[in-house]
Design a binder for this molecule. Structure first.
Ligand code: AKG
Ligand code: FE2
Length: 205
């Protein structure tokens, strides 16, 4: 996809990547490479990364991928038998949130960070429609580091759409997307630099 392909017309209106039943907008790189490098370095050194844990059919699963969780309030949320507590925003992360909000016109109150140390770590098909999130709320994913493929698959038709997320780029999902589409970050054997995604969210407090 080239930069101009992102826009529908000269009004710079972004193209909806999904053909039906949802909205996904790829804003491309919203910060220059030097800024994205700085963001990545800060996230790697300053965020509180932990392996994600869950109980699946009574068995404890510990993901290779690490996560870090921040919100406006020290909310806890429970899933798969684990309770996690959100941490307060470090100033630099609040700055990144504001940069993303300015770009997409949405306001976010929480952020789930994901850290994939190599292409062997990914995220399987899922949707983000937990009861703790605002229904049909927006999710803004700021990608930092190694370029990875991101894929959508329609729940009913199986139709798929995929794109490559550049270093410093922003992807917005909103509207009915989580109800009707699954998404994933496929694993790859290719030699990929570490990647962080900051997924800014709208939680129901
Ligand atoms: O890393 C990504 O870009 C995707 C992350 C994701 O889907 C999630 O955090 O729910
Ligand atoms: Fe997701």
């Amino acid at each position: 996809m080239t930069y101009t392909d992102l826009f529908e017309n000269d009004d710079m209106k972004l193209i909806n990547l999904l053909p039906q039943d949802g909205e996904a907008y790829y804003h491309g790189k919203i910060v220059d490479t030097a800024t994205a490098d700085m963001y990545l370095a800060k996230c790697l050194s300053k965020l509180s990364w932990e392996h994600d844990r869950a109980f699946i059919y009574g068995k404890e699963i510990v993901t290779k991928r690490k996560i870090a969780w921040y919100a406006d309030k020290p909310v806890s949320y429970t899933y798969s038998g684990y309770t996690k507590m959100a941490l307060a925003w470090p100033n630099f992360l609040r700055g990144m949130k504001q940069r993303v909000e300015g770009e997409c016109g949405e306001v976010f109150n929480s952020c789930l960070g994901n850290f994939y140390s190599s292409g062997e770590e990914g995220m399987s098909w899922h949707s983000d429609a937990e009861k703790d999130l605002v229904e049909n709320g927006a999710i803004g994913a700021l990608s930092l580091g190694g370029e990875r493929k991101f894929a959508f698959k329609h729940r009913q038709t199986g139709e798929s759409v995929s794109l490559v997320l550049a270093h410093g780029s922003l992807l917005i999902m909103k509207g009915a997307t989580q109800k009707n589409w699954l998404h994933s970050l496929p694993k790859t054997k290719r030699d990929i630099e570490p990647r962080v995604s900051l997924t800014f969210r709208q939680m129901r407090f």
